[in-house]
Design a protein around this ligand. Structure first.
Ligand code: UGA
Length: 428
């Protein structure tokens, strides 16, 4: 099968490389010459484990990148993987996606065979009929051979290739049996030696499944953080409590790690977007608003624990971990951002360290100090806060002896508290 993928960002590049690895011919299309050149050199424009290897294996053979839409009509299916950034009110900005949808439509205006255009981007259910479908139609001049589908992605940053190969489920939102069959054919090679559950539904329901999935997981963490805060007030260990709760298979043991909250490019954006879309209908989604509220409050709780032991004004404070989660240099919506802002408001002198995310954070906060290692960051500080659960923080030991006053507030339950120090866990 020949697949065109419009957009070579994190999702687009990952699926293009993975489709090629499944044996399909893939044309990756992006407006950015540099991204196209990078891919054609067999390199990934983003840092994602396993992606470089796949590109190196398939570029020049089954996978080609280009800025031209010429390959679209010759392909069997087109995936739209274009970013949908947030507007100030949390709603999503569909401008770029709609423009790509229209350009895809234009490329298909004269196609005489049926063609499926599948939206991969996370978009709200009403926007399919209100914005994306009309954009494709306008470009295609109403060509009835062009159909829209929705195939949300559930890949996690840092394990996207692995998640593509081993999905929990595939969701196909289509308007016809033909379109559904086409998506079944695309993913057929994945089913070789296993049976991945496939949900066949309509496009709007498929779009809602993605939001419901992320909103559920983000709310699950916020609920665990709410319960964790209560545990802390009672002098109890939230991890011991949730380990037991997770044995109930209606709840599951995953995503029960309480701490400083959720960040990244997806949970904050998606929860805000579905909340904004709900409000537009006149509905106030109370649980989702509370989930955002609890998440917004966790950094402040972390700093309350620090100020219990340290007069932060004028103190030197180490911030360990800047990425929104380990194995990535992505700082988008990282909890480290509000923590640094609040420490600055409190008058702290900040020294930050992260194994990979210091450059992006340096652009965001050019005026704080950055250390070359956790040991260097801790030296001479009056307190430290741990924001990302990088494995290397678990092995810190003597390094805490070099602190002026060894007070450590752990937001991720990663530090070994057995060395002599004042240790506070956020929810334990
Ligand atoms: C998330 C979803 O997990 C993916 O299924 C989805 O495809 C993706 O968003 C997306 O919409 O594109 P991702 O943002 O890469 O993936 O990150 P996660 O691994 O889910 O972690 C999100 C945040 O939750 C991180 O800040 C992490 O530290 C936090 N988290 C996670 C907790 O605080 N506790 C937990 O128990 C688990």
């Amino acid at each position: 099968m020949h697949i065109t993928v419009i957009g070579s960002g994190y999702v687009g590049t990952t699926i293009a490389a993975c489709f090629a690895d499944l044996g399909h011919k893939v044309t990756a299309i992006d407006i950015d010459d540099d991204i196209v050149a990078t891919i054609n050199e067999g390199e990934a424009p983003i840092d994602e484990p396993g992606l470089d290897d796949l590109l190196e294996a398939h570029v020049g053979d089954r996978l080609t990148a280009t800025t031209s839409y010429d390959a679209v009509p010759d392909s069997d299916v087109t995936f739209l993987a274009i970013g949908t950034p947030s507007n100030a009110d949390g709603s999503i900005d569909l401008t770029t996606l709609a423009a790509a949808a229209e350009a895809t439509g234009e490329a298909l205006a004269d196609k005489t065979d049926r063609h499926l255009v599948v939206v991969k981007s996370t978009i709200t259910p009403p926007s399919i009929a209100s914005t994306i479908e009309p954009a494709i139609d306008a470009g295609a001049d109403g060509n009835e051979n062009v159909e829209i589908g929705m195939n949300p992605e559930f890949l996690r940053e840092g394990s996207a290739v692995e998640d593509f190969v081993n999905p929990d489920k595939l969701v196909f939102g289509t308007n016809s049996e033909w379109a559904s069959n086409r998506l079944h054919d695309v993913f057929e090679p994945l089913q070789d030696d296993r049976s991945v559950p496939i949900v066949d539904t309509d496009p709007a329901t498929a779009a809602m499944i993605k939001y419901a999935n992320n909103a559920f997981l983000a709310s699950k963490i916020s609920l665990v953080n709410d319960l964790g805060n209560i545990c802390k007030e009672f002098g109890l260990d939230a991890y011991e409590v949730m380990d037991a709760v997770g044995l109930d298979d209606r709840i599951s043991e995953r995503f029960l790690r309480s701490g400083v909250g959720w960040g990244g490019s997806c949970f904050p954006k998606d929860v805000a977007a579905i909340t904004a879309a709900a409000r537009e209908t006149g509905y106030e989604p109370a649980v989702l608003e509370a989930a955002i509220d609890v998440n917004d409050r966790q950094p402040g709780r972390l700093l309350d624990l620090l100020t219990k032991h340290v007069d932060v004004d004028g103190a030197r404070i180490a911030v360990l971990g800047l990425a929104f989660k380990p194995q990535t240099d992505d700082i988008r919506n990282s909890r480290a951002i509000p923590i640094i802002e609040q420490l600055q408001d409190l008058g702290a002198e900040i020294v930050a360290y992260d194994p990979v995310a210091m450059d992006p954070m340096c652009n965001r906060f050019p005026d704080i100090e950055y250390a070359a290692s956790a040991a260097e960051a801790l030296e001479g500080t009056h307190g430290a806060v741990v924001v990302t659960d990088w494995d290397e923080f678990a092995t810190l030991n003597d390094e805490f002896d070099e602190m002026e006053t060894p007070v450590v507030v752990d937001g991720r339950r990663i530090v070994d508290p057995s060395t002599e120090m004042t240790y506070e866990g956020l929810t334990w």
